[in-house]
Design a binder for this molecule. Structure first.
Ligand code: NAD
Ligand code: TDX
Length: 343
């Protein structure tokens, strides 16, 4: 029986990935190792727990002794575990360095120790930095601009060095922005969807013209599984959907889909170091046989439907510890905003 470890499997992409793995009838044991930080949520996988092929372990990827007890005999590790929110990394970067850098290093050491035949590092397009024209290729240098992307870049460097120095059988995926079910409401699309449903301001940073390429989470999960199975050891694979949108376009779409009042849209002071545009060339992953299945308008409809139908899920987050973070991050900026409405 194949033994698969998914770190961070109670988070957004990790939980969607575990769901996809378990849909296959394969003989496999999937162990989720997750610290359950504020971003981890057992509700994301609770309906899957009746599947006896799934095991959940609450723990930290920095805990070397715990890894000694879990990793022997593993066939493949997918490392999703990370601190992931750029804005939080601007407030406090220590936990990012700890989990994203030291955590990845600890996993790499143990992967080597137990001769695990495959290590898949889930990285991000943000490691390349911002690009105004054209698209980043896997061979481009990393120029990260936030403490979050810098810690992800450091992790990628460690993965590379373990491959080059010790022959560790690793591959890296670098995807663009994901959206879909179970994404924490601190992130742009779920924050705007849930605020729109609640009739609260939609706080758009700067001029709202920053561009991201949005990939539906299930498409990214298929790409990650494909890279894990068929990617060339030591290589990096970009993943993106070619769905470049300005934040303003998405905010207007959300207003349209939810029927919210246009006056909710509020331009607030910008995120420090805000990357203007992300775009990656995906020729390499297409050559492995991947292509997106869900376009942006279909994906947005599905995502909006999910948040409308799962109010209990996001309300319990928004009404908990998130309130303090939200007030610290947004209250003053919203109160001092000079521009409201979409025109
Ligand atoms: P998320 O914040 O929703 O989930 C992260 C998960 O990791 C949580 O369940 C959390 O509890 C867990 N975790 C955090 N620290 C841990 C630790 N020390 N030990 C064990 N578990 C820990 O994040 P996400 O959006 O699902 O992102 C998953 C991965 O994909 C991350 O590595 C992220 O950098 C990468 N990524 C995300 C996006 C995106 O748009 N969301 C895009 C590209 C890459
Ligand atoms: O309130 C907001 N207002 C706003 O205008 C928030 C939360 C975001 N934004 C803007 C900033 C970005 O231009 O929306 C865009 C998307 O923001 P985030 O959801 O914070 O994502 P981003 O910073 O692009 O990073 C995401 O994609 C790459 C993930 O959070 C990372 O984990 C991933 O690596």
């Amino acid at each position: 029986m194949k033994k698969i470890i998914v770190t961070g499997g109670a988070g957004f992409i990790g939980s969607n990935f575990v769901r996809m793995l378990l849909k296959k009838k394969a003989r496999q044991k999937v162990t989720v190792l997750d610290k359950l930080t504020y971003a981890g949520n057992l509700d994301n996988i609770s309906d899957l727990m009746k599947d006896r092929r799934l095991e959940f372990i609450k723990g930290d990827i920095c805990n070397a002794r715990l890894l000694d007890s879990i990793l022997p005999g593993t066939d493949i590790i997918y490392n999703f575990a990370a601190e992931t929110h750029v804005d939080r990394s601007i407030l406090e970067a220590g936990s990012f360095v700890k989990t994203d850098v030291v955590g990845t290093y600890t996993l790499l050491q143990k992967t080597l120790k137990y001769s695990i035949p495959r290590f898949v590092q889930i990285s991000t397009d943000e490691v390349y930095g911002s690009i105004l024209k054209g698209k980043f290729r896997e061979t481009d240098p990393m120029l990260p601009n936030s403490p979050y992307s810098a810690s992800k870049a450091a992790a990628d460097m460690l993965v590379r060095s373990f491959h080059k120095t010790y022959g560790l059988p690793a591959v890296i995926t670098r995807s663009s922005n994901n959206y879909g079910p179970n994404q924490h409401p601190e992130k742009f699309i779920p924050l705007f969807l849930t605020n729109a449903i609640e009739g609260k301001p939609l706080p758009l940073y700067g001029d709202g013209k920053n561009i991201r390429d949005w990939v539906y989470v299930e498409d990214n999960c298929r790409a990650i599984e494909l890279v894990g199975r068929s990617g060339k050891t030591g290589e990096i694979y970009n993943i993106g959907a070619g769905e470049e949108k300005t934040n303003l376009y998405i905010a207007r779409k959300i207003i349209e889909i939810t029927g919210a009042d246009k006056s909710l849209l509020t331009l607030i002071s910008d995120r420090p170091g805000h990357d203007r545009r992300y775009a990656v060339c995906t020729r390499k992953i297409s050559r492995l046989g991947w292509k997106k299945k869900v376009g942006f308008s279909e994906g947005m409809q599905k995502t909006a439907r999910w948040y409308i139908d799962n109010e209990k899920w996001w309300k319990s987050i928004k009404e908990g510890a998130f309130k303090r973070y939200y007030s610290r991050m947004y209250s003053r900026r919203i109160d001092t905003s000079v521009k409201k409405g979409t025109e």
